[in-house]
Design a protein around this ligand. Sequence first.
Ligand code: SAM
Length: 218
Amino acid sequence: MSESGTPTDNSRGFFQRYVSPRVVSAVCGCRLCGRQRMKVVPLAEGVVVEIGIGSGHNLPLYDPSRVTAVIGVDPDPVFTSLGASRIAEAQFPVEILTESAEAVSLDTVFADTVVTTYAFCTIPNAAEAMMEVRRILKPSGRLLFCEHGRSDSPRTAALQDRLNPWWKPLAGGCNINRNLVDIISGSGLIIEQCATYVPRFTPEVVGFHYVGSARLQG
Ligand SMILES: C[S@@+](CC[C@H](N)C(=O)[O-])C[C@H]1O[C@@H](n2cnc3c(N)ncnc32)[C@H](O)[C@@H]1O
């Protein structure tokens, strides 16, 4: 493991290195996830930093007339290589930084928009990564998020806590029991809007969504 808890190539087996990114990317590319992404990704503007960009499922959803460039932060080169065609087809410059969201090499006060979709479940130290989001955002900037995590039903949340140790190794490090509101607020960002819901035909235990936006100041 690296210091931030991100698995290094040597510490991961064949399944985690090569199979898991393909399976997770296929799941993330489903229509149901696409409908949730559409609620926030087209709102991004200016210089966009996408945390945990993975295989770039959001790239076709950005509005090219609003976006100047997208910089994707993701430590897993196998995952990002799966997005090569979406990167090539983007109508704006796309740069990939192969690094962890807990320690981003970008300057402070850099991004007009930070986007995160289905990534904060997997980032080993979510609180540290959200502090980095806050650091790189311009004062006028905005965080747009579409994540799944801890249910607001105490019974489901207790079940999520019980299932998480079994689920996580099977799902590429995904945690099903993280409270996104707590993670965002804990960084000092102020939530503007946050819809919490379970999409139709989705098991709540893996499908409790947090979709919205946050800013440095209210
Ligand atoms: C479930 S995938 C989601 C990918 C993409 N955001 C999407 O919406 O399709 C989780 C992503 O988080 C990335 N990730 C894992 N640890 C990370 C870290 N420390 N910093 C940034 N990204 C990380 C993984 O490599 C993977 O691409």
